[in-house]
Design a protein around this ligand. Structure first.
Ligand code: DGJ
Length: 728
């Protein structure tokens, strides 16, 4: 790839940085609709002067100066593009350090900037800042994805002082927004309660979103959030920014409404218990913080993020995915070769691509017959699987399906041979009692020997079974009693754990670039765009009750594409199999039910549903998503996916309110169609023996369907309706 670069350097050496040099430098980072404008002022402070709609003439950015109220900015640093602590700053810093000589002050002054044109769609702007009093520098990076209006921002921190510098805080990004008011949408949750939204107006002071859980870091709170400007954004109206940190461990985002009523957003790795000793001439590269800004509401923002993710972030984001039958909820730990042989036959009968063997296949000294034992002992349990995984892979092939397997490689059971052999590989405090989450402990991935071991688990499986087609990578425990027997400096533990994890995943992906892997974390405890560079999909929640899933998947979909969402049909709910399957079809369809116990009609239905899904999956996975009716505000939830050519739309409609007489009383307006095209509407995925309530002989213009709409006729007798809209 040809990379073009342009440079701007202030014409003075660092040693000569002096005040009042009559030269200001405007740096604008533009995307399709937006511009982020920074100004290196005469004093060499780098401030944000604007983040909003792009101007027609980019020369005019130089005239913006500060549109942010700065009358009472005593420090001149409220709008700092990367706020240093300990000199003039009065607010939350982005970076805080202790220099090698013990001094706590930092000033960062603009030195130069550079723009690289990575492709027609991507530019990378880097800005070098230096401290005039210390040999300390930070380079800010802004990677702008033009079409999708997304920016990824990170920093590289470096020094050449005489000794280590302690990084007390080391954010990835420091944004500055201007609006009359700000509305934060954040998420909270727990096991089986993922992605519960809360929206509040941001008041003065600091609101922090963070986690200190180490692994499974999103259990209570993910790093993704939205900020609406001026008023709460709706699906198609209002200005809204989305953001999230690309980091699978502790994160921290501070949203500070400053005394001038502007919003400062500072996001990065959580500095909790993590002062980092940075050696001279070592680079500390922060993870990226991604963000997007839409002036047409949440829908446009999410379509941009989903498109960006499929094109640039999610592993194999433009590729296909495997449908599957999983045995977790149908057998739990209780299976053997005979049961699995029957399940392989069921997989074929169902018509899905792959059988996924879940937890319980390993451990001999302490067999994995429950969740108290064997994590770490990744050898087939001889009593359950005397012929090993290899015979199962072969059995799958004989049945014309693929085979996948569950692992939880970062974990160790106290009752395991691994624990007995390598107690020093286990994260635990030497002088304290062990404390367990799901009866297990976490391995110390900051230790290269442990990294080798974890890599070896995956590598051995593939080496022994080259036809293995899928991995489900689970992660059920948080980190208690954080301590590494390997690290000399405990304060690097949380950061080095995640770096160790990425090193392992990097090695796996170097050798096995595209084998599909599901990112699971006892439900949705871990999903972010750093992890998704290594995984093809994630597990949103163990809660597979379809009614719950409508809400959970709805919220995830603001940030992640349907292609990445593993949705399984299970027995969590008594709702009809059609309802359960239809909900799972809004993503990557899988089943975790006892196929052999399905009645004749149910069986006929699921077999048909798999075929239907194969017909429509390209639209769901690669199309644009439109949220039509919000289940939080209506008795019916309605979501549509439309392909790029606008020739096919798939509209999913579900009853979410089971009170008497509830249903779709009116037409639902489609979105994203071509107004000038003629479309026909048909109902698909009907349960055997039922008739569609839709008149399929009529045709409508896109204009009609988007202005007047169509009634899917959802009612207590038709709780789930999928419509296919095809251009003629
Ligand atoms: C938690 C996962 O979310 C489940 O799907 C299942 O794989 C269990 N772990 C197995 O222990």
């Amino acid at each position: 790839m040809k990379i073009k670069a342009s440079y701007f350097i202030l014409p003075l050496a660092l040693g000569a940085l002096s005040k009042n040099i009559a030269l200001a430098q405007t740096i604008s980072i533009e995307t399709n609709k937006n511009a982020l404008v920074l100004l290196a002022d005469k004093k060499h402070d780098l401030n944000t002067v604007y983040f909003g709609p792009k101007l027609a003439d980019s020369k005019e950015y130089a005239n913006i100066d500060a549109v942010y109220g700065k009358d009472k900015d005593y420090s001149g640093q409220m709008a700092s593009a990367y706020t240093p602590a300990g000199s003039r700053n009065l607010l939350e810093p982005a970076i805080q350090v202790i220099h090698a000589d013990g001094n706590y002050s930092l000033d960062l002054q603009y030195v130069s900037n550079k723009v690289e044109h990575i492709s027609d769609d991507i530019t990378l702007t880097s800005i070098l800042l230096k401290d005039p009093a210390y040999n300390f520098e930070v380079t800010l990076f802004y990677k702008a994805y033009f079409k999708d209006d997304v920016i990824e921002q990170w920093s590289n921190i470096r020094h050449s002082e005489k000794g280590n510098v302690t990084l007390q805080k080391f954010a990835s990004a420091n944004l500055y927004l201007k609006a009359p008011s700000f509305w934060l949408t954040q998420y909270h949750g727990d096991w089986a309660k993922e992605m519960r939204p809360e929206e509040t107006q941001i008041t003065h002071g600091i609101k922090t979103l963070d986690t200190k859980l180490g692994t499974r870091a999103n259990l209570f709170q993910p790093s993704v959030f939205m900020v609406s400007l001026d008023k709460p954004a709706t699906e198609d109206d209002g200005t809204v920014m989305y953001g999230g940190l690309e980091w699978s461990g502790n994160f921290r985002t501070d949203l500070e409404l400053d005394p001038e009523n502007n919003l400062r957003i500072i996001s990065g790795i959580n500095n909790y218990a993590s002062p980092y000793q940075l050696k001279p001439n070592e680079d500390f590269v922060t993870p990226a913080f991604w963000y997007t800004l839409s002036r047409n509401g949440k829908g446009e923002a999410s379509r941009n993020v989903q498109h960006w993710a499929r094109n640039y972030k999610l592993l194999d984001g433009k590729g296909s995915r495997l449908t599957l039958l999983n045995n977790w909820e149908s057998t739990y730990f209780d299976f053997d070769e005979t049961k699995l042989a029957a399940l392989l036959k069921d997989t074929k009968k169902l018509g899905v691509d792959l059988f996924l063997l879940d937890d319980g296949w390993f451990g001999n000294k302490y067999p994995r017959n429950g969740d108290h034992t064997a994590l770490g002992d990744w050898e087939e349990t001889k009593t359950k699987l005397p012929n090993g995984i290899a015979s199962l892979v072969k059995g799958a092939q004989d049945n014309g399906v693929k085979f996948g397997i569950w692992i939880e490689p970062e974990m160790v059971s106290p009752k395991s041979e691994l624990y007995e052999k390598h107690p020093d590989w286990v994260i635990k405090q030497p002088k304290r009692d062990e404390y367990y989450y799901r009866n297990q402990l976490v391995l110390d991935l900051s230790n290269p020997a442990v990294q080798d071991f974890v890599y070896g688990i995956v590598d051995n499986l593939f080496t022994k079974n080259p036809a293995l087609a899928y991995i489900k990578w689970d992660c059920n425990a948080v980190i208690y009693n954080a301590y590494s027997a390997h690290l000399k400096n405990q304060s690097q533990f949380y950061v080095d754990y995640v770096r160790g994890l990425y090193k392992v995943l990097e090695r796996i992906r170097t050798k096995y670039p595209k084998v599909p892997m599901m990112l699971c974390s006892g439900g949705g405890g871990r999903v972010d765009y750093a992890a998704l560079q290594y995984f093809t999909e994630f597990w949103p929640s163990d809660n597979t009750d379809p009614l719950e899933r409508i809400f959970i998947q709805w919220e995830y979909s603001y940030f992640y594409p349907a292609l990445s969402s593993s949705n399984h049909v299970t027995d969590w709910s008594k709702l009809p199999i059609k309802f359960r399957t239809d909900v799972a079809m809004m993503g990557k369809l899988g089943f975790d039910i006892v196929i052999s116990k399905l009645g004749e009609s149910d069986m006929q239905f699921v077999q048909g549903a798999v075929k239907t899904f194969n017909d429509i999956k390209a639209v769901v996975w690669q199309g644009d998503q439109y949220r039509l009716l919000n289940p939080r505000e209506n008795s019916v939830a309605s979501i549509a996916y439309v392909n790029e050519a606008k020739t096919t739309g798939i509209m999913f409609n579900y009853l979410v309110n089971y009170r008497y007489g509830e249903g779709s009383s009116m037409q639902i307006k489609l979105k994203g169609l071509d107004a000038g095209k003629q479309y026909k509407v048909k109902e698909i995925n009907l349960y055997p023996g039922t008739k569609s309530g839709i008149n399929e002989s009529k045709s409508y213009t896109g204009d009609f369907l988007m202005k007047v709409g169509i009634n899917p006729k959802v009612s207590s007798g038709r709780t789930s309706v999928i419509l296919q809209i095809d251009a003629q």
